[in-house]
Design a protein around this ligand. Structure first.
Ligand SMILES: *[C@@H]1O[C@H](CO)[C@@H](O)[C@H](O)[C@H]1NC(C)=O
Ligand SMILES: *[C@@H]1O[C@H](CO)[C@@H](O)[C@H](O)[C@H]1NC(C)=O
Ligand SMILES: *[C@@H]1O[C@H](CO)[C@@H](O)[C@H](O)[C@H]1NC(C)=O
Length: 436
């Protein structure tokens, strides 16, 4: 593939106490079938884990059905066993003040070496302070990370290296991982926000950590988790296939800079049942910055409620990029007081100085469907299709759209430049009256 293929495909920009609940699944769906198969193996005594945990490290949990429900269901007639690796058995304090990074790392190593499916447990009602930590695979058996309590980031920014400050918790090279438990991952981001150049203009612009990153994996499931106040991006998934992210709630204050919800560099993304607001709404992009190539396709976004967001359904690309964003559907959306309900912007620019005009190349935008979208906008232009002169947007379909000014404040309108669109059903506002 060309260098610099799409990195950032979709970000749910989290802001003002944005509450985000959604079900999202990748091209191949993760199932617990693999876990079930592996669980049939017999595990013995704790000593068989050999993972180098401390004394009393591994506790066998017989019939761990509540923890591995799907597996238990699939292997209902088999006695299943899984090994439990609780942070508390590895010397964690769980007081939210003393550092528990080593305890998590040790519990993880032991679990990863387990001959039977392993559960790493973050116990309920307690808080575990963590510095940067990388949980690596491959592992001997499937692993489940049960976060019942809270993982909280160290507030001390000096725990982060200048050269290495873009992550907090990283999971790398683990196949079949399930993360669940209903607990909380707290990025404790206030200090980072205060030191962001977007908040304090006197400071140089430097990236801050992504709270939870998954790299290089197959069959990842993250289901039922609360993420709050990340230092920068809340969650990122890179180089993974078969990803299912479900029932997540992500929130940070509106004043927090770039605390995006989820970044997912993938093809074949399916998002349903998303509630978001206030915040930045749903964006595909930005794509093509620094003349980079982006390849984004097969994105399906269905059943969304946005309230008070800056954008509704947005695709944004920088001038001078290359590649494409195509085969994208936004449908069944309700918007309340959204600033830019429908927007394709091929002239996106988010830098301190004005972006140079670069008409020689662009990330091409095509086959985008906006369907069954209704609600209110706070700005007059409810539909914006601002496309490139030499690479116009084409195959843009607008179907059954009704966007009105909030409080019935006059008629809505649209802006259009270099866009080839068609409409069906009733579309309010009429797109691109005047020049096209
Ligand atoms: C900072 O990075 C260097 C080199 O990667 C490493 O040796 C050192 O342990 C790191 N320090 C901290 C506090 O992580
Ligand atoms: C991922 O899950 C699929 C479907 O259950 C399975 O066929 C495949 O072997 C799994 N891949 C890995 C690497 O675990
Ligand atoms: C399209 O975006 C560019 C850059 O922001 C802006 O200068 C231009 O006026 C926009 N076009 C329309 C028709 O608003």
């Amino acid at each position: 593939m060309a260098s610099g293929a799409s990195k950032l495909v979709m970000s749910f920009m989290a802001s003002v106490l944005l509450a985000l609940t959604f079900l999202l699944s990748g091209a191949a769906r993760a199932t617990d079938a693999t876990a079930a198969a592996a669980m049939v193996r017999n595990g013995g005594s704790p000593s068989s884990y050999g993972g180098g945990g401390g004394a009393g490290a591994a506790l066998i949990s017989r019939g761990g059905r509540s923890l591995l429900q799907a597996a238990a269901a699939a292997a209902a007639t088999t006695t299943t066993q899984s090994a439990l690796f609780s942070l508390d058995s590895y010397g964690a304090h769980g007081d939210g003040e003393r550092d528990d990074t080593a305890a998590l790392a040790k519990a993880w190593s032991a679990a990863c070496a387990s001959a039977v499916p392993a559960v790493v447990l973050v116990p309920a009602s307690r808080s575990y302070l963590l510095r940067q930590v990388t949980l690596s695979g491959p592992c001997e058996s499937t692993i489940k990370l049960m976060v019942k309590g809270t993982l909280v980031a160290s507030p001390d920014m000096s725990n982060w290296n200048e050269s290495n400050r873009r992550y907090w918790i990283v999971v790398r090279g683990v196949d079949g991982l399930a993360v669940a438990g209903g607990g909380t991952i707290d990025g404790n981001g206030e200090g980072w926000w205060e030191n962001s150049c977007k908040i304090n203009k006197a400071l140089p612009c430097k990236g801050a950590p992504t709270a939870l990153s998954f790299h290089t994996c197959n069959n990842l499931s993250v289901n039922g988790l609360k993420m709050v106040n990340s230092q920068q991006i809340h969650m990122s998934v890179e180089d993974c296939t078969g990803v299912e992210l479900a029932h997540l709630s992500i929130s940070a204050p509106g004043t927090s800079p770039n605390t995006d919800g989820i970044h997912d560099g993938t093809h074949g993304l399916h998002v349903t049942r998303l509630v978001c607001g206030p915040g930045h709404g749903i964006s595909i992009g930005s794509l093509g910055d620094d003349n980079s190539r982006a390849e984004v396709s097969d994105i399906f976004i269905d059943t969304v409620h946005l309230y008070g967001t800056t954008n509704g359904a947005r695709i944004k690309t920088w001038q001078g990029g290359s590649g494409y964003a195509k085969d994208i559907v936004f449908q069944n959306m309700v918007m309340n007081s959204v600033k830019n309900p429908i927007i394709i912007d091929q002239n996106y620019c988010d830098s301190a100085k004005k972006c140079e005009t670069q008409e020689g190349s662009a990330v091409e935008v095509s086959n985008v469907v906006f369907k069954n979208i209704a609600g209110t906008t706070i700005s007059k232009n409810a539909i914006t299709l601002n496309c490139s002169k030499n690479y116009p947007c084409y195959d843009i379909a607008l179907q059954d759209i009704n966007l009105e000014m909030v409080d019935g404040n006059g008629a809505t309108g649209s802006i259009c430049q270099n866009a080839k669109w068609r409409k069906s059903g009733t579309v309010v506002p009429q797109p691109c009256t005047g020049t096209n």
